[in-house]
Design a protein around this ligand. Sequence first.
Ligand SMILES: [Zn+2]
Length: 284
Amino acid sequence: MALMKVKDILQHATENHYGVAAINTFNYESVMWAAEAAKRERIPLIIQLYPGYESYISLHHVASFAKEFAEKADVPIAVHLDHSATYEIAARGIKAGFPSVMVDGSSKPFEENVAMTAAVVRTAAVFDVDVEAELGHVGSGAKLDDIINSDNYTNVEQAIEFVQRTGCGSLAVAVGNAHGAYIQTPNLDFDRIKKLRASLPVPLVLHGCSDIPHEQLQESVRLGMSKFNIATEYFRACSASIAKVATEGNYRGDYCTLLQQASEDAIEFVRGKMRLLNPNGFSL
Ligand SMILES: [Zn+2]
């Protein structure tokens, strides 16, 4: 029974100097393959869902089977709802059974972000649910300005005030990272990561970790970043696995065979990321 709180996994990671892969999923297989990677790699993992996929699969479905995989795993796995853009989405995630939610008010003015985050924290506390928030806006990797314009990055003084006033459990920061495929190789602002780490009492989260060069991810781990969100690259790996099996000469169109045989490459992708974020080789 190893469903564990995000808060506890991130604390364990901080104490043992590794970064936790937070793998975005959207269906049964993507959850199962991520959980299998954690079991084989022997380090904790976070499985998460972006609520934008709600039109494809219900929050309740993913929360249910992700928690069941976690409970049956012999390594700690946490289950988290990614980017809730409104109070209502975060609350719906809590109602659907997510033990951890993100509320993202980073595109709103500071005071509105504080108010929405604090409201989610109050509601979440009633149900003992962890809350990740965001300050400084992590934009799109397709837009150069979102990557290189430091006006979008997290301001250290504001972050201190934000964490104090909202009571959020972890904070996603903007330090040159962005979502999706990058139009240009990112160049993370390590000085800012150092200052944020030294100034804030909560674990820090790096979104948009797909395609960030390996040495930059490992330096971020060394500087104390705790949670590393990976979506784009995992979805790419899942698609590539399925495409590979489907185009093999001996494939006869059986759907079950397709998914079962596609699992190995996707599992190995997640294991590779877990090893990358674990430069000291921690193992349970
Ligand atoms: Zn994100």
